[in-house]
Design a protein around this ligand. Structure first.
Ligand code: N01
Length: 502
């Protein structure tokens, strides 16, 4: 799809940031609810968000597509139970086209600054393509969008090709090359088996071993696809079954890690099946509780590690030179290409630095001392009429983020309906409601596997506080956000006459 460019409007009712699942879902729900005056700005050139940005070899979803898709836009043509990235990107584009909202998307448009102006009760937003004034700002900028480069000494001096997993350089031919991959997270375990057969040699630098379960992936049969398309309820039944199977992980994560013992046994069986060499097995056996870091799924990662042209390196990296990686034991491993699969900036969302609230402070300033904190992961004291999708403590380690996004969309749409019905110009959560919400979350967090599981992970911020994950069942999140709770908000009417003597 060629990116559309058009002059930005001077003002809109609702300005949406990002064209991934969150931004697209917002556009569709705004249009459905009659809130037609909106614009979605997206810095990239098209629809898709993370599913457009992550094009590395082997990129695929580790949540089944029946669940990792909009409930209101089922796709009967998924080829596999876990969809590859290109299919998800195509799905999102198709949903956007069908929704009739595509003409409200301005691509190549990046928010550089947003300031709440008390005098006109509006957000004043600066983009690389001009200014826009908006009643509400709805951010769907994504929790996993900004790559995090590793703090490895000398990496900038490397003379070969170096790129992050989320910014894959498709111009680099890996055939016959000596390649290093830093990191063994969800991205790496998809990349490693995809490139291993082609490269001359592959060094995989592991800091912490992940738990890897078998990936029960399979192509959908023609009959299933026919049923999905023509027999009402079949696809929904699949989705419901997958939802509840995934929800079974919650007790082991948030109540008692012992309940996750069966999952641990399955992961260790997958390891034993994939790797026969006892020394390599020992190196990749995790030493913390399952679930503490994201549980990964793959049938091909362990066999790839066991291949003759792969070395798993567990000695810490000392530095990178112009042509090699040197570990602390003094071993130098020459390479042609360095791939960093070291994840994303999760606990300090980059957009937070650009959004300035009532008193001029940015979200980043406000969150600097105690970490990200919002009300219901959606609204934030001091930032009137700002809605964040996939905000603080809305992430999941076990199920579909699309479920959480749809829960937040219902809340936001109900908030906008309330504003309209009650002639409210400005809403902002009570400090007490926000504090109570976060105190409760952090109290629940203490006994979760993410806090007590003996690992460090991207779920935790610099203070060791979990500001990313939701520590309860996902249906509880949905219930708590089902209705906009005006009682927990300061609500202001519009200033009487803007610009007139008062
Ligand atoms: O990133 P990660 P990711 N030296 O942060 C290591 C989603 N996702 O891109 O564990 C050496 O998980 C780091 O080591 P350690 C999913 O939510 C989904 O893989 O911190 N190593 C770790 O091994 C996922 O959780 C899909 O000790 C360093 C790795 O880099 C999230 O994205 C697919 C290092 C980073 O792992 C992020 O996954 C892919 C250093 N200096 C991703 N710094 C789906 O299928 C970091 N590491 C849906």
């Amino acid at each position: 799809m060629a990116p559309r460019t058009f002059d930005l409007p001077a003002s809109v009712d609702h300005l949406v940031i990002g064209a991934g699942f969150a931004g697209l879902g917002t556009a569709i729900k705004l249009a459905e609810s009659g809130e037609d005056d909106f614009l979605v700005i997206e810095k990239d050139g098209g629809i898709g968000g993370t599913w457009r940005a992550n094009t590395y070899p082997g990129a695929a979803c580790d949540v089944p597509s029946q669940l990792y898709s909009f409930s209101f836009a089922p796709n009967p043509t998924w080829s596999m139970s876990f969809s590859p990235q290109p299919e998800i990107e195509t799905y999102l584009l198709h949903v956007a086209e069908e929704s009739g909202t595509l003409d409200r998307f301005a691509f190549g448009t990046e928010l550089t600054d947003a300031r709440w102006d008390e005098s006109d009760q509006r957000w004043h937003v600066t983009t690389n393509r001009g200014e826009i004034v908006a009643k509400t700002l709805i951010s769907g900028s994504g929790g996993l969008s900004e790559p995090r480069m590793p703090d490895v000494d000398g990496i900038e001096n490397f003379q070969g090709e170096v790129f992050h997993s989320a910014r894959w350089n498709h111009d680099v031919d890996l055939n016959g090359k000596r390649v290093a991959v830093i990191g063994t997270g969800a991205s790496s375990i998809q990349i490693v088996p995809s490139i291993q057969p082609d490269v001359e040699h592959l060094d995989v630098y592991q800091r912490t071993a992940p738990y890897v379960l078998a990936r029960n992936d399979r192509p959908y049969r023609a009959l299933e696809k026919l049923l999905f398309k023509h027999v009402p309820g079949v696809q929904r039944a699949y989705r419901t079954g997958i939802y509840w199977a995934r929800e079974l992980y919650v007790p082991g994560f948030v109540w008692n890690p012992k309940l996750a013992t069966p999952a641990k046994k399955m992961a260790l069986a997958n390891l034993a099946k994939g790797i026969k060499d006892p020394q390599l097995r020992a190196k990749v056996t995790p030493n913390y509780q399952i679930g503490c870091k994201r549980i990964l799924i793959s049938n091909t990662y362990y066999p790839a590690l066991a291949a003759d042209n792969v070395d798993l390196v567990t000695d810490p990296i000392l530095k990178v030179t112009g042509s090699a990686v040197i570990t602390t034991d003094g071993v130098e491993r020459p390479i042609d290409v360095l791939i960093v699969a070291t994840g994303f900036q999760t606990t300090e969302q980059p957009i937070a630095a650009h959004i300035h609230g009532r008193d001029g402070h940015s979200l980043r300033d406000v969150w600097a001392e105690h970490g990200m904190a919002s009300y219901k992961g959606t609204t934030t004291r001091g930032f009137p009429n700002l809605f964040q999708i996939v905000g603080a403590n809305t992430g999941l380690g076990h199920s579909s983020m699309v479920f959480m996004i749809e829960s937040q969309l219902a809340y936001i749409v109900d908030a906008l309906r309330t504003m309209k019905e009650q002639d409210i110009a400005v809403l902002e959560p009570h400090q007490s409601a926000q504090d109570e919400w976060n105190n409760d979350l952090q109290r629940r967090m203490r006994r979760t596997v993410w806090s007590a599981g003996g690992c460090s992970s991207w779920y935790l911020d610099a203070h060791g506080k979990n500001t990313t994950l939701w520590p309860r069942a996902t249906f509880t999140f949905r219930r708590l956000l089902a209705r906009f709770d005006a009682d927990n908000y300061d609500l202001e009417p519009a200033h009487i006459t803007q610009g007139a003597d008062a």
